[in-house]
Design a protein around this ligand. Structure first.
Ligand SMILES: Cc1ncc(COP(=O)(O)O)c(C=O)c1O
Length: 370
């Protein structure tokens, strides 16, 4: 059996007819940016991120997730050169957004249990220059936002969520993207809510922040040829917005499938592995990734590849290990470095049916001689 890590082509077949119809309409209309499809997606997506406790969010479509984080930081008007706490074990985009915004990333060690920012470590990363904390809801599990938010409030700093992995993830009844002063989402094709190219969004409870992002993403302008900010060009195009609107309508059923797969994997995989924590009353992960851990990760990965199961590593380097960031002289994040050497992401998603799920479990068990 062959199980690729991702197989969006087969999943996308259900959207094909409708999207091609929309694409033709967009093609004929000549409106490719800032049109009705973008406005509709923004409206649907911010409603989607709301809950009983959090209403009145705004969403602004952007060109990608990196820009969504960058624009969030810029819109919050943080003093240049000040520090932003990020986890050491994230995708480089989190750090790059901070750097591009003229700020300095400070790496916090993640929890070795759920790989998210560990609230107990935040005090040791705080300095008089800290202005923000940027939790990443890694693998689709929301960070412990009650603790992070109350700590940030006490320190009088802002909170920006990196929700690139976490569309639809729930923590204590609230959705990812609704906890901070602003949140950045990515709709990179491989994400749970993936576009047909690059796209992203900022979600924020503040209409002032939303206006600022809207200006910053469009050359610093809210009115044609009137430029109030040093902005960039980062807008979601109509073709992506049309596709994402269709896909969003199917996201919850897709998440249900992912949650089922994750629970079976947790129940059935052998005890030799470190497994991610299961969902419970407080946490319902989006299960963007299903990450297992073992000291013999390379051998296990090679064995599964030989059985047709494609795995990946998210992420193989701690942020402080990237050559690109050498000049920042980031303190080595030993926990992230150790985890990076042991983690392995198994295939999970709409393409993993019951037969494939059983095959993955069988082959992992076989590796351990079960
Ligand atoms: C955790 C995290 N943050 C930010 C991003 C950036 O998103 P994009 O690729 O849409 O710029 C990604 C993308 O992979 C990501 O995984």
């Amino acid at each position: 059996m062959n199980i690729p890590f991702l197989d969006w082509a087969s999943h996308h077949r259900i959207f094909e007819k409708q999207w091609l119809k929309d694409a033709q309409e967009i093609y004929r209309s000549g409106i490719f940016l800032k049109g009705a499809y973008g406005a509709q997606f923004e409206n649907h997506f911010c409603r989607y991120c709301e809950s009983e406790e959090v209403s009145s969010l705004s969403a602004i479509g952007t060109g990608n997730g990196l820009d969504a984080l960058y624009l969030s930081l810029r819109a919050l008007d943080l003093p240049q050169g000040s520090e932003v706490i990020i986890p050491g074990n994230t995708y480089i985009a989190t750090a790059l957004a901070v750097i591009h915004a003229g700020l300095t990333p400070v790496l916090a060690p993640p929890s070795a249990t759920d790989y998210n920012l560990d609230p107990a470590e935040l005090d040791s990363c705080f300095s008089e220059n800290t202005v923000a904390v940027l939790p990443v809801h890694l693998c689709g599990r929301v960070c412990d936002m009650d603790l992070i938010n109350s700590w940030a409030k006490q320190k009088k700093i802002v909170v920006i969520e990196d929700a690139a992995h976490a569309h639809g993830a729930i923590y204590k009844g609230k959705k990812a993207g609704s906890f901070g002063d602003a949140a950045g989402f990515s709709f990179y094709p491989g994400k749970n809510l993936g576009a047909l190219g690059d796209a992203g969004a900022v979600v924020t409870p503040s209409t002032t922040t939303a206006q600022k992002v809207r200006s910053m993403q469009d050359y610093g302008s809210l009115q044609k040829y009137e430029h109030e900010d040093i902005g960039i060009n980062s807008r979601m195009d109509e073709l992506q917005a049309a596709f994402l609107s269709h896909k969003l309508a199917h996201l919850d059923s897709q998440l249900e499938h992912r949650r089922h797969l994750a629970q079976v994997l947790i129940d059935e995989l052998p005890d030799e592995l470190v497994l991610p924590p299961p969902d419970d009353n407080d946490y319902q992960s989006a299960w963007h990734l299903f990450v297992i851990r073992h000291p013999q990760r390379e051998r296990l990965s090679a064995y599964l590849a030989s059985k047709g199961i494609q795995c990946m590593i998210h992420y193989p380097r701690s942020i402080d290990q990237h050559n690109a960031l050498k000049t920042l002289k980031l303190a080595p994040c030993t926990v992230s470095r150790r985890l990076a050497g042991e983690i392995l992401s198994l295939p999970i998603g709409p393409h993993v049916n019951q037969g494939k799920l059983e095959y993955i479990i069988k082959q992992v068990r076989a590796f351990f001689g079960r």
